[in-house]
Design a protein around this ligand. Structure first.
Ligand code: ADP
Length: 491
């Protein structure tokens, strides 16, 4: 069901209930008012009849006629009843026929009058066959024992309700007509109101459907500062976030396919080279021992490159997929740097580069994954050696400040121009592609370094001056106490 219909039906039902209740209340109130007016009138007439009953009469028949005359003038029915319920006077019947009237002791109003002094009832008269309102009143019997009315105990007055009923019928039909008119007005107002109330919802629904169909640039209108306005605001904010997310996903997707393209390209170069060499060998070069030796050597070189590339690729995909489990602990920074330098000495020596450690603060522990950090140092030192001309120098150092240790790898190499510095950590980004290849670089070394250092909650800084050299630094959490503490524990 449409929300507009729901609002219309709800408002109409409420209006109907209110109108019916109001009608009922007003009709009942008016009816009661009329009745109490009539009863008041009957009471007054009852008092007058009591006066007549009390007055001494010349004869029974004269008294009877006088009472009948009074009843006719007042347009009421009067019945006088004695203590036993026998009817002593009845305005609608001649005195001679009184004997035919049945005993009135058990008429409800008469019973009430005997019990409480006063009684009323509305019912169909057995004698006259019309709806009657009766009022009965007990009176104190006359003191004089004369006259036909001396033993009357109850005066009962009755009035036909035909007039009242007619009036009430007319009133009811007028009230119903007025109610129908009000309802029609309410119906029109309700339709108008529900349309107005539902229109922002209908609009939100319409635009939401457009958004669902893929138009993510649609925004929901905010017409009011109520819950609907706030809902639209929330949905709009969600859409904004969604758009940002989608933009990010698209970028990621672009980066991914770019990466895939780069990977294929990087793989193809050495494979082509190997293929070319093998073909040359088969075409006859294999017969010349010197040439064939050189070709096989070069092919081997290329397979080593492939191996390095695949190694770095596996590493980087493990890091990026979150598969890399880090195991953090405290270890001595001085010992660590000594080990790293010792490991890399042959590489540096092969290019006549002086590699040394400038020393580290004594008894200082750094917190991190030692094996991953060893990989970081190897990559940084390897780069420093690769991009430093022969007879240059590479220095590894560590400095303690407050609770952190800064580790640096400094070289006297080619340096990196400022415009490249921001990009060298990107995968496959190289300042000089040929030079990197010749030196056996994969273009992934710094990307791996960046990932590992970031996993330590830190970042890599580069200071470089083209022609003079570069310094790569990063900081780690350090502890001076812990080493002592550990030693205390182990001794
Ligand atoms: P690659 O395998 O090519 O060395 P990296 O990711 O390790 O890849 O380095 C990216 C690029 O950053 C290198 O190609 C080089 O141009 C530049 N670079 C890295 N380290 C140094 C350095 N110490 N001195 C000069 N250039 C450097």
């Amino acid at each position: 069901m449409k929300i507009r219909s729901k609002i219309t039906i709800t408002l109409l039902s409420i209006s109907c209930a209110v109108i019916v209740a109001a009608d009922f209340f007003s009709v009942v109130t008016l009816e009661n008012y009329f009745r109490s007016r009539i009863l008041g009138e009957l009471k007054r007439q009852g008092s007058e009849i009591e006066l007549i009953v009390r007055s001494p009469f010349v004869s029974d028949s004269a008294g009877y006629r006088r009472l009948q005359h009074f009843a006719h003038m007042a347009e009421i029915r009067v019945t006088l009843i004695d203590r036993e319920g026998t009817v002593a006077f009845e305005s609608e019947i001649a005195q001679a026929q009184l004997g035919q009237i049945e005993n009135h002791l058990h008429r409800p109003e008469v019973e009430d009058a005997f019990r409480t002094g006063y009684g009323t009832s509305i019912r169909k008269s057995a004698t006259l066959d019309v709806d009657m309102l009766y009022l009965a009143r007990k009176i104190v019997p006359a003191t004089e024992q004369t006259g036909f009315l001396h033993d009357v105990a109850v005066i009962r007055l009755g009035i036909p309700l035909t007039l009242v009923n007619m009036l009430m019928d007319e009133l009811r039909s007028k009230v119903i007509l007025a109610s129908i008119a009000v309802l029609l007005f309410v119906l029109v107002a309700t339709i108008f109101l529900s349309r107005k109330l539902a229109s922002p919802i209908v609009e939100i629904d319409r635009i939401a459907a457009m958004i669902r169909a893929g138009d993510l640039h649609q925004r929901l209108p905010i017409h009011s500062r109520d819950e609907l306005g706030s809902l639209s605001g929330t949905l709009n904010a969600m859409l904004d976030n969604l758009n940002v997310d989608i933009a990010q996903l698209k970028k990621l997707e672009r980066v991914r396919s770019e990466f895939l393209g780069n990977v294929s390209h990087e793989l193809r170069t050495p494979i082509f080279a190997i293929q070319g060499m093998l073909e040359t060998l088969l075409q006859g070069a294999i017969e010349d021992p010197d040439v064939s030796r050189e070709f096989v050597q070069r092919a081997l070189q290329n397979t080593k490159r492939l191996n390095a590339l695949l190694g770095d690729l596996i590493e980087i995909s493990r890091i990026e997929s979150g598969d890399m489990k880090m195991s953090f602990r405290y270890f001595d920074v001085g010992e660590f740097l000594d080990e790293v330098v010792k490991e890399m000495l042959p590489v540096a020596a092969s290019r006549s580069i002086a590699l040394s450690s400038a020393g580290a603060p004594a008894d200082t522990l750094i917190y991190g994954d030692k094996e991953r950090l060893r990989q970081v140092m190897n990559n940084l030192i390897d780069n420093a050696v690769k991009y430093t001309p022969e007879n240059g120098r590479v220095t590894v150092a560590a400095a303690l400040s407050a609770d952190r240790v800064t580790i640096s790898v400094q070289d006297t190499g080619t340096g990196i121009a400022p415009e490249h510095i921001a990009r060298i950590f990107e995968r496959f980004y190289r300042v000089d592609r040929e030079r990197s290849r010749e030196a056996g670089g994969t273009g992934l070394g710094l990307a791996i370094v960046k990932h590992i250092i970031e996993a330590h909650g830190s970042s890599v800084e580069v200071r470089s001056e083209p022609g003079k050299g570069s310094t790569f630094t990063f900081t780690l959490r350090a502890s001076h106490e812990t080493k002592k503490h550990q030693e205390d524990q182990s001794s």
